[in-house]
Design a protein around this ligand. Structure first.
Ligand code: GLY
Length: 406
């Protein structure tokens, strides 16, 4: 084994990198291990910072946590841009929700009354008022709801900035797969990770090829699992501390609109003949259209059907996008948890902590998660809103089939 770091983080997505950055800022020696940093859900996500329009009745602890993180985002964004010297596309335009036909309008009215019941601030708008805010909307749009405090960010830019900021704070990044969690001889403590074997000669090279490990073991005082949907599938992880996460697929289409005369100027969420859709604009003209939500294992191939549905509904809502450049289609795996709350903190196994299960809110929850991990791993309580996310609320045990990397 190597001499060891204070913390080894498994997973270089937005959660793993931000936690590593915050831990290093407190003086911890941190190594992050990932065969392909930023290749998971983090960089597929549209980047809505949307506690209001993602709120569901009965999920009040999640709502409080989401709000706690939204309030941290402006300072987090400014600090990250300063530390990395990179822009991360933080936008403060708010979210406009709209309904297209009469049934969609009724669904929007129902949503507005649920928002009021939860004490959330949304401003009801007539169709005409919604179109005045967003002239690209279809003439048929019947009604709108404005959530003016919501924000958005470019998650791929955040991940790239976090890599720079974390490296600047002394975090080491090892581009290799984790072969297994290493336990103490008595099996009562996590003591590090073993890296995957070297690739056979001639393999594991070329653009996009995952990096291979060299079979080394990295010792650590603490192992933090932050590998998104794969966090429960690290070989060697005892069942009683396995985080019960599952992959929930989301497909997104990226378009490009003219920057001098954009059709979409703020996050739009639509109910379109009963289906839901969102369009999130970026400063460089891209518009991310999302997202499907399906449970179909580890498959991240984009599908014709998913792409068709997203484009059909996007063009019904903003017909002028008909002419937009089609930039690409991607699918990612949200880490779903049984109660839709993330799983953050110490497990029942000494030396093992987790930060996963962020489901539809991983980008939004990044600042509060990173702060909580850094506090909890330093023996401090962490923000109050994170308490319901304790991993020990689950009994443990098998959750699904699969292995990391499969
Ligand atoms: N946060 C939006 C989504 O997961 O699709």
């Amino acid at each position: 084994m190597s001499a060891g770091a204070d913390v080894v983080v498994v997973g270089a997505g937005i959660i793993g990198l931000s936690a590593a950055w915050r831990l290093a800022q407190r003086g911890a020696s941190v190594t992050v291990v990932d065969p392909a940093p930023g290749s998971g859900a983090s960089t597929v996500a549209a980047g809505m910072l949307a506690p209001v329009t993602e709120a569901r009745i009965g999920e009040e602890p999640l709502l409080r946590l989401n709000h706690a993180s939204l309030t941290r985002w402006p300072a987090f964004a400014a600090e990250l841009e300063e530390a990395s010297g990179r822009r991360i596309g933080f936008r403060t335009d708010g979210t406009l929700m709209v309904g297209l036909d009469a049934d969609d309008r009724a669904a929007l009215d129902d949503l507005a009354s649920r928002h009021r019941a939860m004490g959330l601030e949304v401003e009801p708008l007539r169709g005409r008022e919604a179109r005045r805010l967003e002239p690209g909307l279809a003439p048929g749009v019947r009604a709108g709801l404005l959530a003016a405090d919501e924000r958005s960010v470019d998650p791929a830019a955040v991940v790239a900035a976090l890599e720079v900021a974390a490296a600047g704070a002394g975090v080491a990044l090892v581009r290799a797969p984790v072969a297994r969690l290493v336990l103490s001889p008595a099996g009562d403590r996590a003591t590090g990770v073993a890296l995957g074997p070297p690739a056979p000669y001639g393999e594991g090279t070329g653009p996009g090829a995952p990096a291979a490990g060299d079979g080394r073991e990295l010792a650590a005082g603490t192992v933090l699992l932050a590998a998104g949907a794969r966090s429960g599938f690290v070989p060697g992880l005892p069942d009683h501390v396995r985080p019960p996460v599952r992959p929930v697929r989301g497909e997104v289409v990226t378009l490009r609109q003219p920057t001098d005369d954009p059709l979409v100027t703020r996050t739009l969420r639509g109910i379109v003949h009963g289906s839901t859709i969102y369009l999130v604009p970026r400063d460089d003209g891209r518009v991310v259209v999302g997202a499907t939500q399906e449970e179909r294992g580890w498959d991240t191939r984009p599908t014709a059907g998913g792409t068709y549905e997203l484009l059909r509904d996007a063009l019904s809502l903003v017909p002028g996008l008909d002419d937009a450049e089609l930039v690409g289609v991607r699918a990612g795996l949200r880490p779903g948890s049984p109660d839709h709350l993330p799983i953050i903190g110490w497990t029942a196994l000494d030396g093992l902590a987790v930060a996963t299960g962020h489901f539809r809110n991983g980008i939004l929850l990044t600042p509060v998660t990173a702060e909580a991990v850094a506090a909890l791993l330093s023996g401090e309580p962490g923000p109050d809103e994170v308490r319901p996310c304790d991993p020990r609320r689950f009994a443990g045990g098998p959750v699904a089939t699969g292995t990391v990397g499969s």
